[in-house]
Design a binder for this molecule. Structure first.
Ligand SMILES: C[S@@+](CC[C@H](N)C(=O)[O-])C[C@H]1O[C@@H](n2cnc3c(N)ncnc32)[C@H](O)[C@@H]1O
Length: 457
């Protein structure tokens, strides 16, 4: 449909639902307008920012009639900080919207008329749930600040006094590093000019162990006294590992070479009774409590009997594979990050698990070799990044011919298109799918799906 609206035009719109990604959805005589800042049930005045064939995008400039599901956001930084977009939407309505997004994707993209969707699993904690936070340094009026990107801006950072997604300890550590930076007279790095020094602070906390890890990321050069930073952080007895990383690229990254300044080279987290070592950059689900729910669901869907050969693709530090190993004959993990694979091997040893092996490789390119080593897979677990089973990974996974695929997804749209190909080209049927809310107040939605091979194509 050609756009009936123009860029810059002001519209009055009724928001019906939330699209995947977090924008409100309104319809003008059937023409869809995605409205940033509009919540389901709101009547808003919005300005059109973009028009495309078939839809337009707009930004809400005023809420004319607030939705009955709007609530007061508890965070003092809400609206300015880009971290939590939906603190002002009642939690029940957030859950409903996320469940609907998974259903819509499976219907529209997966072409499943009635998806076998189970009710979304709500988060056990709506606040304080993150075990990892990455802050940026910036210059504020009172001096150096540590915070997050301003809502809708990649080039501006707002200082944070209290973040409701971390713990009291996490807030205290961040404020201590900020005060240290002010005392030391160090300057924040300026993303635009490339000048300055302090870039990021990474904070990780084993939520079931109480251990914390801190990593400072700077531009090149040793412009501070490491011993004094260590003294400042050692005031927190939970801090077990203090690290310093140097990012000499213009890119805003924290995944860069680092060195240990003090303490252990890794901290531990406990998930489903297993211990996992955590280093500064290795992947770990950022909500420990809900990772346990997610993995327990994967275990339920896999329904192992002890006789199965299980492939854990995109295995990260081996968390899912190791959680399944007790019920399997053998587990074989594949992961692209060598650092994560090293952690996975270490984690297997730490837990005395002898039937799990982990390999560094790209899923799209290494499955043939894996089959020659491991033999045929009975159950394949995949947990890919947002792009889904990208490149050759989808066809290679289908070609494995396993009885079951347990698909953990952080993006319902790529899940749905992968499910459609696995059905049409490889004979898999979607049997169960359950969304899980790992990230309250954000647009993210995770899900676990079970696919079974019903016919040999
Ligand atoms: C969503 S994480 C899942 C990690 C793990 N299953 C867990 O729950 O902790 C996705 C993982 O896929 C890895 N990855 C990304 N692309 C890959 C590829 N092409 N082949 C293998 N692994 C890949 C990432 O490094 C990351 O560890």
């Amino acid at each position: 449909m050609a756009s009936p609206v123009q860029k810059g035009q002001e519209l009055e719109l009724q928001i019906d639902s939330l699209a995947y990604g977090g924008n409100g959805v309104a319809r003008l005589n059937g023409f869809v307008v995605f409205v940033r800042g509009g919540l389901p049930g709101d009547r808003v005045r919005a300005r059109v920012t973009k028009t495309k064939r078939g839809f337009a995008e707009a930004t809400a400039e005023a809420v004319l009639e607030p939705s009955p599901v709007r609530v007061a956001a508890p965070c003092r930084h809400f609206g300015v900080c880009g971290g939590c977009r939906f603190q002002d939407l009642a939690y029940e309505a957030q859950l409903e919207a996320k469940e609907q997004q998974v259903r819509d994707a499976l219907v529209r993209i997966g072409r499943i008329a009635e998806p076998p969707l189970e009710p979304i699993v709500p988060a056990s904690s709506q606040y304080g749930y993150r075990n990892k936070l990455e802050y940026s340094f910036t210059q504020g009026e009172a001096g150096v600040e540590l915070g997050f990107h301003r809502a809708g801006r990649w080039d501006e950072v707002v200082g944070i006094e209290e973040c409701l997604l971390t713990t009291d300890l996490g807030n205290a550590v961040r404020l201590a590093v900020r005060d240290w930076a002010r005392e030391e007279g160090l300057e924040p790095y300026d993303q635009e000019t490339g000048e300055g020094y302090l870039r990021h602070l990474v904070y990780r906390e084993g939520r079931n162990t109480g251990q914390a890890l801190v990593m400072l990321v700077t531009a090149p050069g040793e412009r501070f006294e490491p011993g004094y930073l260590v003294d400042v952080l050692r005031r927190f007895e939970q801090v077990r590992s203090i690290n310093w990383a140097v990012n000499d690229t213009p890119a805003e990254r924290t995944n860069v070479p680092w060195k240990l300044l003090w303490g252990e080279d890794a901290i531990e987290e406990e998930i489903l009774g297993l211990r996992f070592r955590l280093r500064p950059n290795a992947f770990m689900q950022t909500n420990t409590e809900m990772a346990e729910r997610l993995y327990a669901l994967a275990r339920e869907y896999a329904a192992l009997t002890g006789a199965e050969n299980v492939f854990d693709l995109y295995c990260g530090t081996g968390t899912i594979g190791l959680a399944l190993a007790g019920g399997a004959k053998a587990v074989w993990g594949v992961e692209i990050s060598e650092e994560s694979v090293a952690c996975a091997i270490e984690n297997a040893e730490l837990n005395g698990i002898e039937n799990a092996s982990f390999f560094a490789g790209n899923v799209g390119q290494s499955l043939e070799e894996l089959v020659s080593e491991a033999g045929r897979a009975d159950v394949v677990v995949v947990d890919p990044p947002r792009a889904g089973l990208a490149g050759k990974a989808l066809r290679r996974t289908g070609e494995l011919g396993a009885e079951k695929i347990v698909y953990i997804s952080c993006n319902p749209t790529t899940l749905a298109s992968d499910v459609q190909v696995l059905r049409d080209d490889f004979g898999y049927e979607l049997i169960r799918c359950r969304p899980v809310d790992m990230f309250p107040h954000t647009p993210h939605v995770e899900s676990v799906s079970l696919l079974e091979r019903t016919e040999l194509l």
